[in-house]
Design a protein around this ligand. Structure first.
Ligand code: SAM
Length: 199
């Protein structure tokens, strides 16, 4: 099974970034970092065939592919991951400074979220929006198998993008993991847990 998560944020701003106060000095990069860890880390280390595409309005698109990660060097805690990620985002004109950065395999592309979604559609990914008011996920998951290719669109701390006109235009199914409002990282973990139980 191939799983891709998409999360977008317009709030990430790093000009006053400090590791001492990541949430307050980055526009909530902590939310994104927790979602990245929730997507890429499984029960026994780094997942297989999982990607998370992070769309930062102010800095571009960053693609994390679990199969490209090194289990020994990948930063598995939120603060370390955030700090290395900021260095990747702000790499400036000296890419050599990234040689020792364990995230230097993260792809930085200039692709907007709607074009990316179009590409996944063309690649026959089943595309689902995660939303607490969506329909129950379970009936949809029972038809999945190991060859399934799934793309999940998830909102950030303010649920950005989920209500965007561009996204509504696609009319993708909205699925819910219950009426409770979870953090983005918790939804990702809950979703993967359910997929493991069902498959
Ligand atoms: C912290 S929540 C966003 C809360 C935000 N204030 C809102 O009103 O959308 C982050 C994202 O997790 C997903 N989410 C949260 N609870 C969910 C649930 N019960 N079922 C499915 N997705 C959920 C949605 O994509 C949501 O945008």
């Amino acid at each position: 099974m191939s799983i891709v998560f998409i999360i977008q944020s317009s709030t990430i701003e790093l000009k006053n970034y400090t590791i001492k106060d990541i949430p307050g000095s980055s526009g909530r990069l902590d939310v994104i970092s927790r979602a990245i860890l929730a997507a890429l880390m499984g029960e026994n280390g780094i997942e297989q065939n999982v990607e998370i595409w992070v769309f930062l309005d102010n800095y571009g698109t960053f693609i994390f592919k679990s199969n490209n990660l090194d289990e020994n060097t990948f930063p598995k805690n939120e603060i370390l991951l955030s700090d290395y990620f900021v260095k990747i985002i702000l790499k400036g004109s000296d890419p050599k400074s990234l040689d020792k950065n364990p995230l230097n395999m993260v792809e930085h592309v200039h692709l907007n979220v709607i074009d990316a979604i179009e590409n996944f559609k063309e690649c026959n990914y089943q595309i689902l929006i995660l939303h607490e008011e969506g329909e129950d996920f379970y009936p949809l998951f029972t038809n999945l198998d190991k060859q399934s290719k799934l793309l999940f669109i998830i909102g950030n701390q303010i649920g950005e993008m989920l209500n965007s006109e561009d996204l509504m235009h696609f009319d993708f199914k909205r699925i819910s993991l219950g009426k409770q409002k979870y953090l983005a990282s918790s939804v990702i973990r809950l979703l993967k847990l359910n997929l493991r139980l069902i498959l």
